[in-house]
Ligand binder design. Structure first.
Ligand code: NAD
Length: 473
């Protein structure tokens, strides 16, 4: 094993309440920032990211001990900049009050919905995409006119420190503030009376965070985890399935909330799929140990957790296929090869817990109804992947299953689409960010009724006598 992955020890608790007070005061002083102010803030964030691409790549590489530079570009830097461009372009439309229908009883009147900044948004970040999962919610929060405080992950300390330094150069602490620290800081952070709290992390910690937020009646957006299935239709070519599923499993070594967790494969194709998957992924990653394209596991503890799943599955009778084309030894590193598990059953840890690593169980099914029933029998996942060229059958799966999001004939890529909401359902989360839904998440939709000089309400007021409201309702 490598040297223990040290987590930073916060020497003292940051003055969280003081920071929140500064931001709340600033929000009161400028409660409805105009479009130009919001764009200025988005541009400051854009420049902080663009001017520090190399440092962001280096920080992620340091935290993971080896993180593919292309992955940091594709999954951290690129989508943050695209999210900024998305809101920059649509702010005018999203900020505009909407005219709504006025019922007869209120006439003459004008009815509107105003989207008002909520105030101060708290953002709690996990380690797996330490920039994207902090800055992507921040983009939505700023676009909607809010101030924000970010708590970074203790397991990505280099990224956390860099984010703190970049954002403190770009923003006053009354606009955006970053705090680092461990669970003690996170616990106090989530107890603050934010106007909205976005938590990205495990389902288990999500429950603790929601309980803390409930004390303040702070609304939460919970971006959690889970086991996202990939279903292959019997007609689907296995080489296509292998490369598309392999992309989502190999990227960041499977440490993605929407990584395909397991595959549901027609029973007679399980062995052929496993062979194809091993072949395809050996070409994508001809070596693993010193291959800079293949990201390492974030900590020794996480690697032990994943190795523990394999040991448990093997002891209970599963077949373990390590995709290790060069027969490398991984001891002393946090690298771990892509590994297929055949014969996985419900009593194995690998089918009970979110894998969040480069392990792929392949589960046989006999009929599509069986495959759907398998998904229904488990908690609602964050993503669902379906592989089939037939659109009608794809629509059928969409109608019959629940999940946070879906990719048909691909994996993971829907998260990068700015114009659709991102968020889970049930144990995989609640609420959304990205897209118009994200802007609305960080806004109070305030219903407004405006009346003029004519007081028609007098006609629907006491004394009632024998009033009849026929025609009105
Ligand atoms: P985690 O839940 O352990 O930690 C996430 C954050 O919560 C960290 O900043 C941590 O400091 C903080 N935290 C830890 N204990 C806390 C407590 N008691 N009270 C308040 N805050 C606390 O998750 P992780 O290991 O960093 O990330 C992996 C998990 O995140 C996986 O389950 C994954 O699926 C999920 N995830 C979800 C998404 C999504 O968008 N849905 C994205 C990435 C990761």
């Amino acid at each position: 094993m490598s040297a223990p992955h040290l987590t930073p020890v916060e020497t003292k608790m940051p003055d969280l309440e003081g920071l929140l007070l500064v931001q709340k005061k600033a929000a009161l002083a400028d409660p409805m920032p105009d479009r130009a102010t919001r764009i200025r803030r988005l541009d400051k964030l854009h420049n902080a990211v663009v001017d520090n691409r190399a440092r962001i790549i280096a920080a992620c590489n340091k935290d993971f001990s080896s993180r593919a530079a292309a992955e940091t570009q594709l999954a951290e830097i690129g989508p943050i900049l695209e999210g900024i461009a998305y809101y920059r372009k649509r702010l005018k439309k999203f900020m505009k009050p909407q005219r709504r229908h006025a019922p007869m009883t209120t006439m003459p009147a004008r009815v509107e919905v105003h989207y008002q900044p909520v105030g101060v948004v708290g953002i709690v970040v996990p380690w797996n995409f330490p920039f994207f999962l902090g800055l992507s919610p921040l983009v939505g929060a700023i676009a909607a006119g809010n101030r924000a405080m970010i708590k970074t992950s203790e397991f990505a300390p280099a990224s956390g420190e860099l984010m703190k330094s970049l954002l403190s150069e770009a923003f006053g602490e009354d606009e955006v503030a970053v705090v680092t620290g461990g669970v003690d800081v996170a616990t106090e952070f989530t107890k603050l009376p934010f106007d909205h709290l976005v938590f990205t992390g495990s389902t288990q910690v999500g429950k603790i965070v929601m309980r803390a937020a409930a004390e303040n009646l702070t609304p939460v957006t919970l971006e959690l985890g889970g086991k996202s299935p990939a279903i292959i239709h019997p007609d689907y070519p296995l080489d296509e399935a292998a490369s598309r599923i392999g992309f989502g499993k190999g990227f960041n070594a499977g440490q993605i909330c929407v990584s395909p967790d397991y595959v549901l494969c027609p029973r007679d194709k399980v062995n052929a799929f496993a062979t194809q998957f091993a072949d395809t992924m050996s070409k994508a990653y001809p070596a693993v140990r010193d291959n800079a394209d293949f990201t390492a596991i974030i900590t020794d503890r996480q690697k032990q957790r994943l190795e523990g799943y394999l040991k448990d599955a093997e002891e209970k009778g599963a077949e373990i296929i390590r995709i290790n084309p060069k027969n490398e030894d991984f001891s002393g590193t946090r690298k771990m090869p892509l590994t297929i598990v055949l014969g996985a059953t419900d009593d194995m840890l690998v089918m009970q817990e979110e894998i969040f690593g480069p392990i792929l169980p392949v589960i046989p099914y006999d009929t599509m109804d069986d495959a759907i029933a398998y998904v229904h029998a488990r908690p609602r996942p964050l993503a669902l992947y379906y592989f089939d060229w037939d659109k009608a059958r794809g629509d059928d799966i969409l109608a019959k299953t629940h999940s946070g999001g879906v990719c048909i004939n691909d994996t993971v890529m829907h998260v990068g689409v700015d114009d659709i909401p991102f968020g889970g359902i049930g144990p995989s989360g609640m609420g959304h960010y990205h897209g118009e839904e994200g802007f609305r998440t960080f806004s109070k939709a305030k219903g407004v009724l405006r009346k003029g000089k004519i007081n028609a309400t007098a006609f629907v007021a006491p004394p009632w006598g024998n009033a009849s409201f026929k025609g009105l309702m």
